[in-house]
Design a protein around this ligand. Structure first.
Ligand SMILES: [Zn+2]
Length: 431
């Protein structure tokens, strides 16, 4: 006896027409033709049923602040940082929580149920930290939120940067952040990586740094981050976010760097939307893409996970909380268009992201919490192509968001009366 059976599900691994039995909020069966009673049955009608999307890199304290106190006129990263500096003194806990809650509603609607957010610790008042801790508790029934102590203005460069980060960790922030390329000198950047890894090791916390978010090929803090990870025994628990300078680095140097990253089990977290938007701004033509080396990192066995980074904030005026939009951009900018490439890209916003965050009980497997998403698409490749409607989002076996399928009525002589955009028009599997 099940509380709920989802019938005729296509799974991300390619199995089709599978039934998923759910009892007590957990997945208790995954098999064909499940013959049992259930309180409720949902027919997935051979649509994709995926584990929830996971965003490993976001800025929840800045989201939906677009236009406050003014717009980013140039649209550049540096004007974005300056603009955030203008907004920061006016922030209140209430306004931060309210904006973040509104974003989380959108996230849930898109099947995004796990988020790691960087929280700016530059202002010693730490209103941002207070607000995000409150938010974390409020959304715990439907979104798992991890907080990273993020010294936006520099760990050493900002006045009281060192103290404020420590205080944020004392308040209960989960992860140690950093921004070595934004310190005053390369040497200060390296020193900050060493200090922050030591703090993480002492406190038993993971590390996730904004690392080398620049087009400068000599920005090599990822090398120090990998070395310090090994020195402190933090293998597998450290993430390098962005890593855009790797795009511009000398190829010989990268041939040494990638094995170092693999040895340290670094999680690489590019942010395709933001990287393609903000990098290469000082180039004329040809213009660099500013996306790290996704294919090469994956080939070396490095865990690659994609972040959304920003939605309607000082750095990025677009975005919708849809991790498939992030992955769609990644397919293009990383030129991952092969059949196996696309399946690997889907993992970068699901299983790989879950691994980067150290999530337990994630994925469609018996015994795990029944967290899943039913999409209006047949398989993962079609999901990447269509960014389809999330028909239902379940958290611990309960439907927490529902959207009607996108169906278009046609009035064309001799043509079908209706189009279901989720049905592959070729009639053949997309992989
Ligand atoms: Zn970021």
């Amino acid at each position: 006896m099940f509380d709920l059976i989802i019938k005729n599900a296509n799974l991300p691994d390619g199995r089709r027409g599978i039934d998923i039995g759910i009892a007590g909020g957990k997945i208790t069966a995954i098999e064909k033709n499940l013959a049992a009673e259930a309180g409720e049955i949902i027919d997935a009608t051979n649509r994709l049923v995926s584990p929830p999307f996971v965003d490993p890199h976001f800025h929840m304290d800045a989201t939906l602040s677009l236009g406050l106190p003014r717009m980013n006129v140039s649209g550049t990263l540096l004007e974005g940082i300056a603009l955030w500096g203008e907004l920061r003194p006016t922030l209140t806990t209430e306004a931060l929580v309210e904006r973040a809650l509104a974003y989380c509603d959108l996230a849930v609607a898109q099947g995004l149920l796990h988020i790691r957010t960087h929280v700016d610790t530059s202002d010693p008042k730490l209103v941002t930290v207070e607000a995000m801790l409150e938010l974390k508790e409020k959304i715990a029934p439907y979104i798992d939120l991890q907080l990273v102590a993020f010294p936006q203005d520099g760990y050493y460069r900002a006045e009281d940067g060192v103290k404020s980060l420590e205080r944020a960790l004392d308040m209960g922030v989960d992860v140690v952040g950093g921004i070595p390329h934004f310190e005053r000198t390369m040497a200060d950047g390296a020193k900050s990586v060493e200090a922050l890894c030591r703090i993480a090791a002492e406190r038993g916390l993971p590390v996730d740094m904004h690392c080398d978010e620049t087009d400068d090929p000599m920005s090599r803090h990822i090398e120090t981050l990998a070395a310090e990870t090994v020195r402190h025994g933090l293998q597998g628990r450290v993430a390098g976010s962005h890593l855009t300078s790797m795009h511009s680095m000398d190829n010989y140097y990268v041939s040494k760097l990638i094995p170092l990253m693999a040895e340290a089990e670094i999680n690489a977290i590019p942010n395709p939307l933001i990287n393609i938007m903000l990098q290469g701004r000082h180039d004329t033509f040809p213009k660099r893409r500013g996306m790290t080396r996704v294919r090469e990192l994956l080939a070396a066995g490095i865990n690659v996970a994609f972040g959304h980074d920003c939605v309607m904030d000082p750095w990025y005026s677009m975005g919708s909380g849809d991790m498939l939009e992030v992955a769609h951009m990644a397919v293009h900018v990383a030129q991952m268009s092969g059949v196996d490439d696309k399946r690997a890209i889907f993992d970068c916003i699901t299983a790989n992201s879950a691994k980067a965050l150290g999530l337990e009980g994630y994925g469609l497997a018996v015994g795990n919490p029944a967290n899943l998403v039913i999409l209006q698409a047949e398989d993962v490749v079609e999901a990447l192509r269509l960014k389809p409607t999330r028909l239902a989002v379940l958290r611990e076996g309960r439907v927490i968001a529902k959207t009607a399928p996108k169906l278009t009525t046609l009035s064309l002589p001799g043509r079908p009366a209706e189009i279901d955009s989720g049905i592959n028009p070729t009639g053949r599997p997309a992989f």
